[in-house]
Design a binder for this molecule. Structure first.
Ligand code: FO1
Length: 337
């Protein structure tokens, strides 16, 4: 029976997967997974952004709000029943940027986090404090949310810019995604500080002690790729008998939401379920994966993936509701059991 599952998560895709995984564990509908299995989430922190003097951690907050039932389900980020008075007032003062919205309820999270960081607490302690409200009442010790590192890392994107002498301009990931809507090609993606980052307390143990490590359908470049890029988190840490299984974020050659297509192109990886599976690589060829789930519509890719040393299977990968996602989690466990 699997009893320790570790999930490397970005924002919405990873959070939705976790909802289904936890739902399946609670329902006992995941064959081979103990009903009291412990789930540890290692979240990407390179989307983090200092704005209006506040530290915003989008992927940590999306996981926390989603699993704590505080998320706005349509936006997939920020709080439900949100109001925007502070945002409107900042705009009235002409304070930039006005294109990044901090809701009034959401601001409380950033105020608490920023105050604790300013008091000298590391992000991992701060995250634990916030989860006392959002996760502990419902999940207790069964669920732990960890930042991938306590060190400051930020994803920046170089884009073409005719006005600048170099012909390029570098923008923070949030500007690339929120203001530019990823509508311009990402020429280069750089995670500033990643090479000097160290895993946050508990992260290395969460991987080395896991029976199962899951790469959910998060962005394989700027979310899962970034987590795997933290020195010490890659394959070296995985215990030999743990299995690693991934679920493709690319279905029918397209991302479901977000900007995985643009990010994959910026690193020259084919935008397909097979391209991402090969990018993560099979354990037998020095990569991460033992198994790779693709959507039913990509069933034709399974032989090629098996040829690349991966156990592969095609199942429905649309996370339409927790039951559907729980079935995906069950298929993932089964693929590598
Ligand atoms: N995404 C948007 O498209 N527009 C926003 O104004 C915006 C604000 C925002 C505030 C807090 C937060 O945690 C997330 C926010 N996001 C917004 C989403 C964010 O860009 C993404 O969640 C991740 O960075 C990508 O995974």
């Amino acid at each position: 029976m699997l009893s320790r599952i570790t999930v490397l998560s970005g924002g919405m895709g990873g959070a939705r997967f976790l909802q289904g995984l936890l739902h399946g564990i609670e329902q006992g509908s995941l064959p081979g997974v103990a009903p009291d299995a412990q789930v540890t989430v290692i979240a990407n922190t390179a989307d983090d952004w200092w704005i209006h003097g506040l530290k915003v951690c989008p992927d940590l907050d999306t996981v926390m709000y989603t699993l704590g039932d505080g998320i706005d389900p349509d936006r997939g980020w920020g709080r439900r029943d949100e109001t925007w008075s502070a945002k409107e007032e900042l705009a009235a003062y002409g304070v930039e940027p006005t294109w990044f919205g901090l809701g009034d309820r959401d601001i409380a999270t950033h105020l608490v986090r920023t105050q604790l960081l300013d008091a000298g607490y590391p992000l991992s302690d701060v995250t634990r404090a916030l989860c006392r409200r959002w996760l502990e009442p419902r999940f207790g010790e069964r669920l732990t949310l960890l930042p991938m590192t306590d060190d400051r890392v930020e994803t920046h994107v170089a884009i073409a810019d005719a006005e600048s002498p170099s012909g390029k301009r570098v923008v923070h990931f949030q500007e690339y995604w929120v203001r530019l809507r990823a509508e311009v090609p990402a020429e280069t993606v750089v995670v500033v500080g990643l090479d000097k980052a160290t895993p946050a307390p508990g992260v290395a143990e969460a991987i080395s002690g896991a029976d199962l490590v899951v790469l959910p359908p998060s962005n394989p470049v700027v979310s899962v790729g970034t987590i795997l890029g933290v020195p010490g988190i890659g394959p070296a840490r995985r215990s030999p008998d743990a299995k690693v299984v991934g679920l493709s974020p690319i279905v029918g050659g397209r991302h479901v939401r977000g900007m995985a297509e643009q990010m994959l192109r910026s690193i020259g990886v084919e935008v397909s379920a097979a391209g991402v599976g090969r990018h993560y690589g099979s354990r037998s060829s020095g990569g991460y994966l033992d198994g790779w789930l693709v959507d039913s519509s990509d069933a034709g890719l399974v032989p090629a993936l098996e040829g690349a040393g991966l156990a592969a299977r095609a199942v429905p990968l649309m996370m339409t509701d927790p039951d559907a996602t729980a079935r995906m989690a069950a298929a993932a466990v089964e693929l590598v059991s």
